[in-house]
Design a protein around this ligand. Structure first.
Ligand code: 5GP
Length: 207
């Protein structure tokens, strides 16, 4: 995501907050290519009181991705060490790479009263749902499979082999959408963004 300035501002703002009220944990998932990144970038632009949890991954950075902004890009050995040291709230293997959520960072933010968004795949989301039954789960769906394939190919960030692996996963992932509290179809970015904002505002008022 290219919204690192906003993410950084959100982070500083939230970690400085003095409050005893715990933050809310939001889990956002959906198949590769569904547009989560684009929607979230706009969402963070409009909401500077919520933190994006930056994951660790062994995947190579795509053009434009920045270490410490989009991900912490690490080696397989570094990732496996983090697993051994129990540094992850959850982790998963996805399309030949590891992805994991930093435990200390997320718990600290929640304890300080900040809301946190995890943008993770379905295996990790399942683990978070078990550990945090009160988390708010959101699944982004594509209008249809062909549109998703078009978007995944159109963004030109994976080779053919990686695209095939991701497309194979999509059907499996879409079956799981029913396990999430909210399903938001990304037919148009602005529509999906409006729906996400509504969910966030409603969940905030639920306390
Ligand atoms: P990508 O390689 O396209 O950036 O991410 C592949 C998938 O991994 C996406 O579905 C993304 O949401 C997911 N992902 C990113 N970070 C994490 C993480 O920390 N844990 C898990 N389980 N999945 C993640």
């Amino acid at each position: 995501m290219a919204c690192h300035l906003f993410l950084y501002r959100n982070l500083v703002y939230n970690l400085q907050m003095e409050t005893t009220k715990k933050g809310k944990l939001f889990v956002i998932t959906g198949p590769s290519g569904v547009g989560k990144g684009t929607i979230l970038e706009k969402f963070f632009h409009n909401n500077n009181n919520i933190i994006y949890s930056i994951s660790q991954t062994t995947r190579k950075p795509r053009p434009g991705e920045v270490h410490g902004v989009n991900y912490f890009f690490v080696t397989k050995e570094e990732f496996e060490n983090s697993i051994k040291n129990d540094e992850f709230l959850e982790w998963a293997k996805y399309s030949d790479n590891y992805y994991g959520t930093n435990k200390k960072f997320v718990l600290k933010a929640l304890n300080k009263g900040a809301d946190v968004i995890l943008e993770i795949e379905t295996q990790g989301a399942q683990k978070i749902m078990e550990k945090f039954p009160d988390c708010v789960t959101i699944f982004f769906t594509p209008p249809n499979f062909d549109e998703l394939e078009k978007r995944l190919r159109g963004r030109n960030t994976e080779d053919e082999d990686a695209i095939k692996k991701r497309l194979d996963k999509v059907k499996e992932e879409l079956q799981l959408a029913k396990n999430y509290k909210y399903n938001i179809e990304n037919d148009e970015i602005e529509n999906a963004l409006t729906k996400l904002q509504k969910v966030y505002d409603e969940e905030k008022n639920e306390h």
